[in-house]
Write a protein that binds this ligand. Structure first.
Ligand code: DDH
Length: 285
């Protein structure tokens, strides 16, 4: 009834399994990148969430300020308008979903539909206005090493094992010279969620790329795959490396730890309604 409709919070009026399916239907496009929007959807979900500061309790996916300038224009977010534009028709189709819920759910869909683990997810984020944008500099700088990576992720409230698991997302997608300035994919199957970030990191000899672009590494043998300076920290730092060795050996351990750390990332700083259900969505087939 009308009465019920006006008292029901908007997050309860959304068919989230339906949104999941609609996002999944947007993943494939043979003319885009390696054929899937999954990697850039995942990067959007992560950058929407990774601004969290556990001391001031600011940032995170809750307000979804990543869609507003100036946060949308921070260097780290270059190229994410591609993902936002692709998802926009779903905001029209499901007007009661918040952007924070839509973008984080897109990350879950990407992980699951590209062959990764099931990721628990809850709705109920409430969008905020541009005045609440987070300051620049909260996301990691790819040019730096282990100390910087720890500073950034400890600020979100993560420990070394969780950080090492999260960076395994770099099995997916690629770097774009017109976005970050870096170039190339991390492995030969950038649209499959695997533990290849760890196996490639350990199995290859990585040498500085000879070019005029920013300092990055390429595999010595083929020159086809890349690592960021910040990625190399997971090979050179002994405490990170212990997890890298485990995840390279044991994909199930990686999937389990990634699923937990990624679900936590998407919830940083969010105060969910008490009755928000926890979803475990089924993959499409
Ligand atoms: Fe990342 N990432 N990321 N990343 N990331 C880039 C691409 C992708 C760093 C830098 C870059 C995570 C952690 C880190 C994904 C997911 C995740 C690019 C290239 C840079 C640079 C962007 C471009 O040119 O298009 C750094 C530094 C870190 C770190 O210090 C740990 C995490 C935690 C995740 C996650 O999802 C949990 C994905 C996916 C991509 C590929 C995007 C695409 O369009 O393809």
């Amino acid at each position: 009834s009308k009465q019920q409709d006006s008292t029901t919070p908007s997050w309860k009026k959304v068919d989230y399994a339906g949104v999941y399916k609609d996002i999944a239907a947007l993943l494939e496009d043979e003319n885009y990148d390696d054929g899937s929007y999954g990697p850039v959807f995942l990067r959007l979900a992560w950058h929407a969430s990774g601004t969290y500061d556990c001391k001031s309790h600011t940032g995170g996916s809750s307000g979804c300020t990543i869609r507003h300038a100036p946060e949308s224009e921070h260097d780290a977010n270059a190229g994410l308008e591609v993902a936002r534009r692709r998802l926009e028709p779903l905001k029209k189709k499901h007007p009661n979903i918040s952007y924070g819920d839509l973008y984080t759910l897109a990350g879950v869909v990407a992980v699951q539909e590209l062959g990764g683990p099931t990721v628990k997810w809850r709705p109920g984020r409430v969008d905020k206005q541009a005045v609440e944008c987070t300051p620049d500099g909260r996301l990691p700088d790819a040019a730096q090493g282990a100390d910087h990576v720890r500073d950034i992720f400890y600020r979100m409230g993560f420990g070394d094992q969780e950080i090492a698991a999260l960076v395994g997302a770099h099995a997916l997608g690629r770097c774009h010279t017109d976005r970050s300035g870096y170039d190339g994919p991390w492995n030969a199957s950038p649209t499959a969620f695997t533990n290849f970030f760890y196996t490639e990191l350990l199995d290859n000899t990585w040498v500085p790329k000879k070019w005029t672009g920013p300092m990055q590494f390429v595999d010595k043998q083929s020159g086809a795959f890349m690592m960021l300076p910040a990625d190399m920290a997971f090979k050179t730092d002994p405490r990170f490396r212990a997890y890298v060795e485990r995840y390279a050996r044991d994909q199930d351990a990686f999937f389990a730890d990634f699923a937990n750390a990624f679900a936590k990332l998407l919830e940083l700083g969010v105060s969910f309604p008490e009755d928000a259900p926890l979803y475990r969505f089924k993959t499409l087939d």
